[in-house]
Every structure is written in C-alpha cells, then in structure tokens.
Design a protein around this ligand. Structure first.
Ligand code: MTE
Ligand code: MO
Length: 346
C-alpha cells in the first residue's frame, strides 16, 4: 500500500470471500492525491448495475518475473465486483440534446471525454482524463453509468465521491473518478493515460524504440481468471484441495467455463461457477454475467507437489493464453493461465 498516490490491493483470499466486493476490500488505483469535490444534482432515473472493474495492471508483478516492466506492482487482486448505482450516461447526454444510439449508429469517430479534478504528474499537474466512443456513451445497453453509489452506499472518496464514471467491460483506467466535466470531442482524448499509457505493445517494443502513436488506447479487457484460495508456494496436505477464485471477461462477454489443472495444464477439470442471484442487474437472462465476474470452485486431488493452474473461457470462446508471451513493457493485461506452485508435504 502506498500513501501518495494511494494504491491498495486486498489479499487473494479476502477478495473472493463474497460475491460483491466490500468497499474496504475493493482495490484502489490513483495517479494523484485524493481531492474533495462538491456534490452535484441528481435528477435522472437511478440504475443499479453489478459491474466488475479491473485495473489493466492486474497481475503485473508476475509479468515482471519474466522481464522487468514499468508500473505499480499488483498481485491478482486489482479487480473487484461492485453494485454501482447512478444515472446512465446515455440519459445525461440526452438531457443536453444528444440522442441515444445503438452500437451500429455512426458517430463519426467522436468521443466523450471525462475530466477529473485530481492533479497528476503525468498530466504535468493537470487533471486525470479519459474518453470512450460516443456510440458507446449514448448506447443505453452499454450501461455506462455516472455512479454516486457503490454497494448501496454513497461513493466514498477513494472510489470517486461524489460522482464517477463506470464503463462496464473496459479496463478500469477509463472509469474516471471525481468527475468534473464531460466533453464531446472530435476524436479520442489526447490525455496521457489514453495516449502514452495503457496501450498494448508486442514484446519487441522497448522504452528506446516505442512509438505510442502506432497503437490504440486499450478499452475492453481480455478474459481473465485467478486462483484466490492459494498463495504461491502454499504447503498443502496430500489429498483433496478446494480451489476457488474469480473469472471475468471484458466487452460484455460472460464466462463460459473455468478449467482447473493439478498437473501443470496437461489435464483439466471443470469448476462449478456461481453468480450470486439477487444482486441487482440490468441484462437479459442468458448473459446475466455480462459485466460481472463469476466465482468458481472445484475440489481436486493433489497427490504431489505441482503447479495448480486455472484458465477461463468466455462466451466468444476466447481462452487465456498458456504462456506469459503477452509480455509488454507497461505490464498490462497479464491474462496468462494463473499458475500457483504448490508443495505437498505431510
Ligand atoms: N480517476 C481519476 N480521477 N484518477 C485516477 O488516478 N485511476 C483509474 C480509474 N479512474 C484514476 C481514475 C484507474 S487506472 C483505475 S484501475 C480505476 O480508476 C480504479 O478504480 P478504484 O480505485 O475505484 O478501484
Ligand atoms: Mo488501473
């Protein structure tokens, strides 16, 4: 945990002890000191949507084991699932005369920019900002919220009081906290965190040959899962071991399957997954896990020291990559199979 900026991550086991992540256990990612802002008026219908937010840097520490990357170190818990309450951005924009669209309506490449009030050194003391396509912002089905509640309580300062953006299915960096203003702009936001960070480069790109303008800002996050019931090199007794954790995918893709292996990935068993029913949700039945994670669980036999591995498959049949070939200099989007070396002893 660091005080300034304040970044915090809960322990693995605490992370999956409940389906909805309590505010105290929800990771916190800030690029500047935390400000206080005035309250704002709320006159639109309130929507309550369960959304998993994931930092693009989740699991970055493991990527640094391959080759050093630049960025805040995270284990597997820079992710959390909360029940967000707020106005739909599509309603807010309609109020100022921008009509609702579906994902196929042409929006001429325009973006909606969110500007915060915090001051970041990366912006030379200017505010944190990010943008999403206008077509997404004005599409009610994209469920983009201007949230003022988290888990039924007013947002706290760490998570963006009094108002933050929640962009479901997209890396956390676009869910701007302490929202100050919204701009409709001709192209994507030119801020640091859109243009000089949070882009996915191949392993051949390093800090000497990087050309930021060759890549688009990362938006959706990939299919991801982690084992949360075991720390690396846990000593376990031979016999049955319960393996549990979370799985989530971006872009509204639900989780189809979670597989667990106790022989380093040679053979697999399917875990059972659950999404707590009863959490508020706005999605049709077949895709009820559209924006929210699933928690999974399976009991496996572990006869000898091994690597316990988990991988998830999403509704578009995307699978997590086997190897850490996804190495990139910023250490983002580490979504390789989650491997936990385990030592069996008596
Ligand atoms: N918004 C502002 N204003 N300042 C920030 O530093 N960090 C972003 C995003 N929104 C950030 C921000 C990043 S990188 C992430 S992952 C999420 O907020 C984290 O949200 P949380 O702290 O509520 O978990
Ligand atoms: Mo992040």
């Amino acid at each position: 945990m660091r005080e300034q900026p304040f970044n915090a991550e809960p322990p693995r086991s605490a992370l999956v002890s409940s389906y909805v992540t309590p505010v105290d256990f929800f990771y916190k990612r800030n690029h500047g000191p935390i400000p206080v802002v005035d309250d704002i008026e709320r006159k639109l219908p309130k929507y309550v949507v369960t959304v998993t937010l994931q930092c693009a840097g989740n699991r970055r520490t493991a990527m640094s084991n391959v080759k050093k990357v630049r960025g805040v170190g995270w284990d597997v818990s820079a992710i959390g699932n909360a029940v967000w309450g707020g106005a739909k951005l599509a309603d807010v924009l309609e109020l100022v005369g921008i009509s609702k669209m579906t994902s196929t309506t042409k929006s001429g490449g325009k973006h909606v920019e969110f500007v915060s009030i915090d001051k970041c050194k990366e912006e030379n003391g200017g505010p944190y900002k990010a943008s999403i396509p206008l077509s997404q912002a004005t599409n009610p089905e994209a469920d983009v919220l201007l949230a003022y509640e988290m888990n039924g309580e007013p947002l706290n300062r760490d998570h963006g009081y009094p108002l933050r953006v929640v962009v479901p299915g997209v890396i956390g960096a676009r869910s701007v906290k302490w929202l100050d203003s919204i701009n409709i702009i001709a192209e994507e936001c030119q801020g640091f965190f859109m243009q000089k960070d949070y882009k996915m480069f191949p392993p051949s790109v390093n800090w000497d040959n990087i050309n930021w303008s060759t890549r688009r800002p990362q938006m959706d996050f990939p299919v991801q899962c982690a084992i949360c019931s075991l720390e690396d090199m846990t000593a376990i007794k031979p016999g049955k071991v319960k393996v549990c954790g979370y799985a989530a995918s971006g872009g509204g893709r639900g989780i189809e399957r979670v597989d667990v292996s106790v022989d380093g990935g040679k053979t697999w068993v399917e875990a059972s997954k659950q999404q707590k029913t009863g959490v508020p949700y706005i999605a049709d039945d077949m895709s009820s896990d559209k924006w929210a994670w699933v928690l999974y669980e399976v009991t496996v036999d572990v006869p000898h020291s091994t690597e316990i591995v988990a991988k998830a498959v999403d509704s578009a049949a995307n699978v997590q990559p086997k190897n850490r070939r996804v190495w990139n200099l910023r250490g983002i989007l580490n979504s390789s199979w989650h491997r936990v070396p385990s030592r069996v002893g008596h």
